[in-house]
Design a protein around this ligand. Structure first.
Ligand SMILES: [Zn+2]
Ligand SMILES: [Zn+2]
Length: 418
């Protein structure tokens, strides 16, 4: 179970405090009713606080905090887990190495340097911290392994990375941790006074109006979605990159049982893997050794990868990607949004692309031929779109009737906490 710390932001329109989850991407103000998309410029930076802590005159020490789905190849096995870590981002002894276990009354607030607070600049990048604690971070879309970790491949996918500043009080008796309420007797005073101060405070969050750039209607979406929708002109918008940009999408009716369906979003990705001669559906059937006659038209048809555009437990995430990619389900897509509910998009396209090597590795047979190769596997990106597939609710399960796969509602809900 991951620890969620509530985030308190001031409403940009009326100034009222608004409490959000760390994974929220839409701010709804209970006072003035405004709804805004949060757009992060680089990494979100917060300061850790409690109700009884002073708002000013504190020294803040940076920690990297990250959560996500982690995949690795070790020997002939694919491993996965939910990663949830924090790590000190400066080189100074005598400070807690992680944020550790903390009381429940914690809040995260934006950095506010103007009140005489000082923020230490991180000395270690997120990549350095991850490499030192956990192996390595693969580069964008390639996934080279780290020989020191003994892993042939690693990917941290769908990660939420925050820089969290934890307060330190400097008193006449030395340094003090005001949250854990204990002295930091061994704190490296020389380092704390020498280290550079970060003056970029408060610039990391921007707010975008939830208004359709095409037709001016209010955009709709659950609070953690990265892709709000306009139900008037049937468009979907990507709130990443600090602005709203239009996302190509399609809605599948494959296996639909009618109005009660829940639609789950997937990234449909066309990419070729020249090293494996993996271009067509026929190529995949051979690679995965599926006992199915390769029809002439199928062998010629282009292969699309399907990766969930939402976070769930990594094992289920991989199973969904495998079943949908082997099933190649998208035929006859429409451009009209369904009236029934849409599950929020919580995993951006760039993160979905990072999973392609592990997805191919999990489908390819035999493993001993292919798993050692996936770290060096390169994909040529061609095209992508968001595709919604209908899932029929049956008790606690949701069933995709065309693919023949079910997923529990509980698993979907838990995924929203990753
Ligand atoms: Zn407001
Ligand atoms: Zn519109």
């Amino acid at each position: 179970m991951t620890l969620q710390i509530p985030v308190e932001l001031g409403c940009p329109q009326c100034g009222a405090p608004v409490i959000l989850e760390e994974t929220d991407r839409i701010l709804s103000c209970g006072f003035c009713r405004v709804r805004l998309c949060l757009a992060f410029q680089g990494t979100a930076s917060y300061r850790l606080t409690t109700p009884d802590l002073p708002e000013s005159g504190l020294l803040y020490v940076p920690y990297w905090r990250y959560r996500g789905m982690e995949f690795s190849v070790e020997g002939l096995e694919i491993r996965h887990r939910v990663a949830d870590h924090s790590h000190l981002a400066i080189r100074a002894s005598g400070l807690p190495p992680t944020l550790g276990f903390r009381p429940q009354v914690l809040r995260l607030k934006p950095m506010t340097a103007e009140k005489g607070n000082q923020f230490l600049k991180p000395e270690l990048s997120f990549e350095q911290v991850r490499a030192s604690t956990n192996g390595s971070v693969p580069g964008q879309f390639d996934g080279a392994g780290d020989p020191r970790s003994g892993r042939a491949f690693e990917a941290l996918v769908g990660e939420t990375v925050h820089l969290i500043h934890s307060p330190v009080l400097h008193t006449d008796d030395g340094f003090w941790d005001p949250i854990l309420r204990r002295p930091l007797v061994k704190a490296d005073a020389a380092a704390l006074s020498r280290l550079a101060r970060d003056r970029s405070a408060g610039k990391s969050i921007r707010f975008l109006p939830m208004i359709c750039p095409t037709c001016g209607w209010d955009l709709a979406g659950e609070k953690d979605t990265l892709a709000p929708v306009c139900r008037n002109c049937h468009s979907i918008w990507d709130s990443g990159e600090g602005r709203l940009s239009r996302l190509p999408f399609g809605v599948s009716s494959s296996g639909s049982k009618g109005k009660g369906d829940l639609h789950l979003p997937f990234w449909k990705i066309r990419a070729s893997a020249p090293d494996l001669q993996l271009e067509t559906q026929g190529d995949l059937i051979r690679l995965a050794n599926v006992p199915r006659v390769v029809h002439q038209d199928m062998s010629a048809r282009n292969l699309d990868y399907y990766v969930a555009a939402f976070k769930v437990h990594p094992q289920l995430f991989l199973r969904l990607a495998r079943s949908f990619t082997l099933g190649q389900p998208a035929r006859g897509l429409t451009r009209e949004l369904p009236k029934s509910p849409l599950h929020p998009v919580t995993l951006p396209l760039a993160e979905a692309l990072e999973t392609l090597p592990i997805l191919v590795g999990s489908m390819a047979v035999p493993k001993k031929t292919y798993l050692p190769k996936i770290a060096g596997l390169r994909f040529k990106y061609i095209d992508s779109q968001l595709v919604f597939f209908p899932f029929e609710p049956k008790g606690t399960e949701l069933i995709q009737n065309d693919i023949g796969m079910s997923i529990s509602r509980n698993a979907l809900g838990m995924g929203r906490l990753i």
